[in-house]
Design a protein. Structure first.
Length: 302
C-alpha cells in the first residue's frame, strides 16, 4: 500500500464512526415507511397487519373535513416556516452588530446571554411564558396594578397572533446560537482589507455594507438553501407545549399534526404516510433550491 493510499485509508477511518451514525439514525429508520402501506394497529406486528397499499394516502383527502383540516395545518406550517425563513437574515445582522461592540467583556457577555436560551428546553421556555403571561402572571398583575386593564388578558389562550408570538419565542431562543456561524465567518475576513478601506476614508457603516456583509453572503445563502429544504420540518416540541384548546387550530403544524394523529387517535399508519410525503417534498425542495442557487450564484451545495 502506497503512502497516499494509507493516508486516505486513515482519513476514511476518521469519518467511519460518523458514517455509521448517519446510517443508523438517518437511513435505518426509513424502514418505518413500510407502516404507511399496512393497516397497523398495536400490539400487532407488521407481519400480522394487512397490506392496504395506498389506502392511507388517499384517505388524507377522502372527505371535505379532512381536506379542510389538512389545508389549515399546511397553512400554519407555511406561515410559521415562512416567518422564520423571511427573517433568516436576523442572525447575520446580529453577528455584524455584535462584532462592532468595542468592549470585549461586554461583547462576550451579550453573546453568552443571547446564546444560553438555545440550551433551555421548550418545556422551560413555556414555564417562563406561563409565569409571565398567564392570567395571574407578572404581566397581567402589573397591568392591572397600573390601571391599564380591569380584566386579565389571556395571552397564552388567545388564538390571535399565534404565528407571530411563536416566531418571537423561537427567535428569542435561537438568535444568539444561529449567529455563531456568522461570527466565525466575520473572524475569517482579511483584516488588511478592512484597514485599507479605513485608510481610504470609509466609515464603520461603509465597512459593514461593502466588506462585512458581502463576505457573509456565501454563508447566508448556504444556510438559506438548507432552511428552504427543511421548510416543512419546523419541529414539534415548541408547538406541543404551547398548544391548548383555544389556539390548537392555528398552532398545529405538520409535525404536531402527525404526532397528535398517532398518539391521540391511534392513526399510526396515516401519520407515517404524512411523514413520508413530507420527507419527499423536502427532498424535492432541496434539489429545486440547489438548482436555483447554481443558476443564480454559480455554486451549489450538493
Amino acid at each position: 500500500m502506497t503512502k497516499k493510499k494509507a493516508y486516505s485509508f486513515q482519513l476514511f477511518l476518521l469519518v467511519l464512526p460518523f458514517i455509521v451514525l448517519v446510517l443508523l439514525f438517518c437511513y435505518y429508520p426509513l424502514y418505518g415507511w413500510l407502516y404507511a402501506f399496512y393497516d397497523y394497529k398495536p400490539p400487532k406486528t407488521l407481519a400480522q397487519s394487512a397490506f392496504v397499499g395506498f389506502k392511507w394516502f388517499s384517505s388524507l383527502v377522502s372527505t371535505d373535513v379532512k381536506v379542510k383540516q389538512l389545508i389549515q395545518v399546511l397553512k400554519n406550517t407555511f406561515a410559521m416556516s415562512g416567518l422564520t425563513l423571511g427573517t433568516s437574515w436576523l442572525p447575520m445582522l446580529f453577528a455584524v452588530f455584535l462584532n462592532e461592540i468595542r468592549g470585549v467583556k461586554f461583547r462576550k457577555f451579550v453573546q453568552t446571554v443571547t446564546t444560553l436560551p438555545n440550551f433551555v428546553s421548550w418545556v422551560m421556555v413555556y414555564s417562563i411564558a406561563f409565569s409571565l403571561f398567564n392570567s395571574t402572571g407578572m404581566m397581567n398583575s402589573l397591568l392591572m396594578k397600573m390601571g391599564v386593564i380591569s380584566q386579565p388578558i389571556l395571552f397564552l389562550q388567545s388564538s390571535s397572533h399565534v404565528w407571530f408570538t411563536q416566531w418571537l419565542w423561537l427567535t428569542w431562543k435561537n438568535l444568539g446560537w444561529a449567529a455563531i456561524m456568522y461570527i466565525a465567518a466575520i473572524s475569517s475576513i482579511d483584516d488588511e482589507l478592512i484597514q485599507a478601506a479605513k485608510v481610504d476614508g470609509a466609515t464603520r457603516m461603509q465597512v459593514i455594507w461593502h466588506i462585512t456583509i458581502p463576505s457573509l453572503l456565501p454563508t447566508y445563502f448556504v444556510l438559506l438553501v438548507l432552511n428552504v429544504a427543511n421548510f416543512l420540518n419546523n419541529g414539534m416540541e415548541q408547538y406541543y407545549v404551547f398548544q391548548n384548546a383555544f389556539n390548537k387550530d392555528y398552532i398545529q403544524v405538520l409535525d404536531l399534526y402527525v404526532y397528535n394523529m398517532a398518539m391521540g387517535s391511534g392513526g399510526y399508519s396515516v401519520s407515517v404516510a404524512i411523514s413520508m410525503l413530507k420527507s419527499l417534498v423536502s427532498l424535492v425542495l432541496l434539489f429545486i433550491v440547489n438548482r436555483a442557487s447554481k443558476s443564480i450564484r454559480g455554486e451549489s451545495i450538493l
